[in-house]
Design a protein around this ligand. Sequence first.
Ligand code: PHE
Length: 449
Amino acid sequence: MSARGEFSSRIGFIMAAAGSAVGLGNIWGFPTNVADNGGGAFVFVYIILTFLLAYPILMAELTIGRYSRSNMVDGLAKISSGAKSRHAGHWVGTWALIVASLILAFYSIVAGWMLAYGLEAVSSMLGLERFSTWLTGFGTTRNIIFCAVFACLTVGIIRGGVSDGIEKWSTRLMPILLVIIVLLIGYVATLDGASEGWRVYLFPDFARTLNPDLLIAAMGQAFFSLSLGVGTMFIYGSYIPSDQNLPALGASVTVVDIGVAILAGLLVIPAMYVAQHNGVQIYSESGELLAGDTLIFTVLPALFETMGAAGNFVAIAFFALMTIAALTSSISMLEVPVCYAIERYDISRHGATWIVAGMIFLASCVIILNFDALFGFVVDFTTRYSEPMLGLLLCIFAGWVWRRDILLSELAQGHPDIEQSLFWKIWPSYVRFVCPLLIALVFYQSVFG
Ligand code: PHE
């Protein structure tokens, strides 16, 4: 094993990378987008865009990451032969690192809410009413405390390193996540009203699929969900042994990510209609389905309340699911700046983890203290603008800056008969010409359209 750490098995990598991909984006973002954008139509476009745009970029990150065996700042510089492109690589990598840290700053706040709501179900079972009210009220102290608790969980895992921290915990937590989600789907499916949700979710209204808003939302969702552009997949790629087949690994991660998003939809969308059946309001005054935070923190808790004694257990399971999903993602975000700090400043992993996590926690506190002004701004800056731009830049590095013969030989490592595959015939030119154009087009629409 190399000194900088490596995944010890194929399945270990898949669990870790799928753990990074599967997060609040799948279990909250995806169903919310579905509710917002015409049900099945969104599902349909999302799946197509994931294969058309997100998977090729995931492959660019994994391939450059494995070749360079370093963080994104040094890695992009390493594949550049000219002084200018090396300089550019350095800046792009630094931007990615800042974006990854900012995503973690807001993500930990949201994950903290999940912890608080899960604990609320326990406290209301014990009859601690005042504590319950505090847990679900939007207070600064509550936000800071639970954000800190979640940050400590993330630190606890990242301190252990690649195989003993990231891989070990992803391999434990991902199966638990799957079991909880399947059990919850099964339970919700037995309740009255669920079948209406299944219908809205599974039958696309094709007339809506070309709506520009839907396309932009689907691209953003696809990028965020596969953790693209910010160097997480880059770093995870740098920990993959050379004897592994990269296109197959990337495909497995993509399929798991889409699969869990679809499962989350099978849970949340029918649950909304069960809530409606039980008298909870799920449409706004203007006739749109309630989405966003109202869906998770108002509609679903109201549903759990109508379930009687079972409701508290369902709530605990649901918020545990959210917390686990968030944790396997947050560790991948923290690994980006931590790995950089270790490699650049030659400090111990232990020290690097605490210092970096402390700085990100401070950023979270600044956001919490200026919530109205900053939260939406940081989310938009990172996910709506930076991730697609960084994805585009990665395509340019993979397709134009990196020497093609080196790229091809890196791809062939661990996959000796790759030359016969469709991937080999399509991807290298696709990532060079088609991907950047498509992203630029959707991006242009989203900013100026
Ligand atoms: N993919 C994660 C999710 O769906 C979020 C994430 C974004 C993780 C960027 C790492 C980097 O929630």
